[in-house]
Design a protein around this ligand. Structure first.
Ligand code: IPM
Ligand code: MG
Length: 359
């Protein structure tokens, strides 16, 4: 049966980068992928057109899709919206929550061709290959109660950092299984020296460990993990952590690879339905100028083929095509350095499609 893919371009550079990723999807369809594409509005684009960052029609299409490709949401135009529930980011969070996309996979892989683009020394990052498994539908992002209210004559803001054992266990299992398929090492990141919620987190991870004897489990406090990521990142294989720590650490890990413009992500639920998006944001400052790097979105298509569409061979072909384009010295502005050829967003997308034909 034909698979359904929903494309949600979103805001800022979102439309430009998803357009290039759709070209790659079309090339996959020409190569035999049986899939139908549909489009929807999300984020600021949803708010402007329908008064809500996650319009009903978009949510309905998303629920019916096998996979969703999302560009990026947000921008200064909507940052001053008083009603927080109408902010573009709520569109993204609503999709994650409504589709129960609890497992966020964020690989930080250094392409050898980009070792020079990293702000860290090449010897510190060359060969880097980390998979961050971030819990995505719980923790402080969604915990209740939350709000801003007046207490004793002054305003107080509060959020709740909460995880149930079952939430920890299901993300833990995803991470252990990921470690089994990779280098057999799993580092669980918490703040168990201060926060009860992560004392429980650590307990549950330890309880699961004997079921995965081929995985070596370790624990690290989040502050130390942030330091280790920039000091000696190659010590990590799979990292598992909660929603907020994962948000922060995955940005840091992204920069190790030269540019956040290279990093794809997958957000999966229990039935492998997934939303695929670049790790970076909507970059409104460079929108519409052909400067954005479409590779993270294109590599997100590869993850989609692998995790939701059962098409690993096509996924590998896309990844090889990206490698070849980098080998040829093509670079968007974010990863360009002397000796390489700077190309636009569209030129980069076209080059990947051309390489895909023979990859
Ligand atoms: C991310 C982003 C989002 C998050 C924002 C846009 C809500 O930073 O996907 O990492 O915090 O999860
Ligand atoms: Mg983030």
């Amino acid at each position: 049966m034909s698979k359904k893919i929903l494309v949600l371009p979103g805001d800022g550079i979102g439309p430009e980068i998803t357009a290039e990723a759709v070209k790659v999807l079309d090339a996959c369809r020409a190569a035999g992928l049986d899939a139908e594409l549909d489009e929807g509005l999300v984020g600021g684009a949803g708010y402007d057109a329908e008064g809500h960052p996650l319009p009903e029609s978009t949510l309905a299409k998303a629920k019916a899709a096998d996979a969703i490709l999302l560009g990026a949401v947000g921008g200064p135009k909507w940052d001053t919206l008083e009603d927080l529930s109408k902010r573009p980011e709520k569109g993204l969070l609503g999709l994650r929550k409504n589709l129960n996309l609890f497992a966020n996979l964020r690989p930080a892989l250094l392409y050898p061709q980009l070792a020079e683009a990293s702000t860290l020394k090449p010897e510190v990052v060359s060969g880097l290959d980390i998979m961050i498994v971030r819990e995505l539908t719980g923790g402080i992002y969604f915990g209740q109660p939350r709000g801003i209210e007046t207490r004793n004559g002054e305003r107080v803001g509060y959020n709740t950092y909460v995880y149930s054992e079952s939430e920890i266990e299901r993300i833990g299992r995803v991470a252990f299984e990921m470690a089994q398929k990779r280098g057999g090492k799993l580092c669980s990141v918490d703040k168990a020296n201060v926060l009860e919620v992560t004392i429980l987190w650590r307990e549950v991870m330890n309880r699961l460990a004997p079921e995965y004897p081929d995985v070596e489990l370790s624990h690290m406090y989040v502050d130390n993990a942030a330091m280790q990521l920039v000091r000696a990142p190659k010590q990590f294989d799979v990292v598992v952590t909660g929603n907020m720590f994962g948000d922060i650490l995955s940005d840091a890990a992204a920069m190790l690879t030269g540019s956040i413009g290279m990093l794809p992500s997958a957000s999966l639920n229990e039935r492998q339905q997934g939303m695929y998006e670049p790790c970076h944001g909507s970059a409104p400052d460079i929108a519409g100028q052909g400067l954005a790097n479409p590779l993270a979105t294109i590599l997100s298509v590869a993850m989609m083929l692998r995790y939701s569409l059962g098409e690993s061979a096509l996924a590998e072909r896309i990844e090889r095509a990206v490698g070849q384009v980098l080998d040829a010295g093509l670079r968007t502005a974010d990863i360009a350095y002397p000796g390489t050829r700077q190309v636009s967003t569209v030129e980069m997308g076209d080059a990947v499609v051309a390489a895909f034909a023979n990859a």
